[in-house]
Design a protein around this ligand. Structure first.
Ligand SMILES: NC(=O)c1ccc[n+]([C@@H]2O[C@H](COP(=O)([O-])OP(=O)(O)OC[C@H]3O[C@@H](n4cnc5c(N)ncnc54)[C@H](O)[C@@H]3O)[C@@H](O)[C@H]2O)c1
Length: 351
């Protein structure tokens, strides 16, 4: 009997997110085979391939006729249409058909580019996500949003395509460096702030060395699944998952994508919360709360963000109680005042 947790995502095509510890080959092997005689294509990046490609392929060989791999360069700078074009070209060159399945093994860059390629290839083939970063397991691999960046901004091109399944082996996190551990925990802290006070307090009582990752990933995925059930196509409630992201995406862009996604979101959350408990928690997990960029630079960068509409923008504000938040439409001028006051708050906090 395999030891694993599972969360069901109820949406237009429901699926399971399976969370296990050290059992990737067995769990993947037990996955009901793809369509008869079909091939599994594994998309992964150059860092993840030497670590986990063999284990995944071994499991997949138990249920697929053949297994073939496509390896891309790692890093946000490769989350582009060029990379998606390359993946599509490789799938065609290797002979992928509509009955085949694409397994995305890696972080959010692999699941975002792979999800988009799977949505486009022959008008859509099945995709299974196998996240290997905390960030992808808690967030990017679940929910069906995929996308790539344009020079004007992040995630400006993408589709909704739900995976057939998500398989997360938390033992993969043991090879993450400290930066990528903190980066992923930022999205989990976000879940606590917007929807789960207990999760927030659990993070307060632990450090990254004592966290039970299978447990906190399961909790975060349940929160995300709940938003997806209410608003799969992001027309309202799901926007709350973007807490910290308007400022975060602006900072990523201003830094030329040198600031990792979770770090940028952490700064966005600190500026909008202006709450010492949140600031302390972010710092406990070695996340930044301040930025060198001015409120004017941040708001100008955010004006190109996809969520803008005229002279106002939807911003998610935390409520006074941890575990609740609300979406508010504000003008860019008001948004800039909020960011400015956040910048003053975190500067004073630091001294
Ligand atoms: N689609 C969504 O809903 C959604 C949600 C949140 C974030 N995202 C996107 O996710 C991306 C960030 O994801 P990420 O932080 O996973 O980045 P990433 O995919 O770039 O991975 C970070 C680094 O870790 C390496 N890596 C991955 N797994 C590893 C492992 N187990 N051991 C050692 N190294 C490993 C990768 O090669 C890479 O160098 C951003 O582009 C963001 O926009 C998407």
């Amino acid at each position: 009997m395999l030891q694993m947790k599972s969360v069901r995502v109820e949406c237009s095509s429901p699926y399971e997110v399976v969370i296990c510890d050290g059992l990737l080959t067995e769990v993947v092997g037990a996955f009901p085979a793809g369509k008869e005689g079909s091939t599994a294509y594994v998309l992964t990046d150059e860092n993840v391939a030497p670590l986990y490609l063999d284990s995944l392929e071994t499991g997949l060989r138990r249920s697929f006729r053949d297994v073939k791999a496509v390896v891309i360069a790692s890093g946000e700078e490769h989350k582009t249409l060029d990379t998606v074009g390359h993946i599509l070209g490789e799938l065609a060159r290797l002979g992928a058909t509509r009955s085949d399945t694409l397994f995305c093994l890696g972080g959010g860059v692999v699941t975002d580019t792979g999800g988009l390629a799977a949505a486009l290839y022959m008008r859509g083939i099945d995709v299974v996500n196998v996240p290997t970063t905390i960030l992808a397991a808690a967030d990017a691999a679940v929910g069906g949003k995929n996308g790539v960046d344009l020079p004007t901004g992040k995630n400006l091109v993408g589709t909704f395509k739900q995976p057939k399944r998500v398989i997360c082996d938390v033992s993969a996190f043991t090879t993450l460096d400290n930066m990528n551990i903190s980066n992923g925990i930022a999205e989990i802290i976000k879940c606590g702030i917007i929807a789960d006070q207990e999760l927030f307090e659990l993070l307060e009582r632990n450090t990254s060395d004592t966290l039970d990752f299978a447990d906190i990933i399961t909790r975060s995925v349940k929160i995300k699944a709940d938003f997806i059930r209410k608003d799969e196509f992001d027309n309202g409630e799901r926007a709350k998952l973007n807490f910290g992201h308007t400022v975060g995406h602006a900072i990523e862009k201003l830094s030329g994508y040198k600031t990792p996604h979770g770090f940028a979101v952490a700064i966005g959350m600190a500026l909008l919360c202006q709450n010492s408990r949140v600031t302390r928690l972010l710092q406990r997990y070695e996340l930044p709360v301040a930025t060198e960029f001015t409120s004017e630079q941040i708001v100008n960068a955010a004006m190109n963000d996809k969520k803008k509409d005229g002279d106002s923008i939807n911003v998610i504000f935390p409520s006074e109680n941890i575990g609740e938040c609300r979406v508010k439409r504000v003008t860019f001028a008001k948004f800039q005042r909020e960011v400015e006051s956040g910048l003053v708050y975190v500067r004073d906090c630091k001294t």
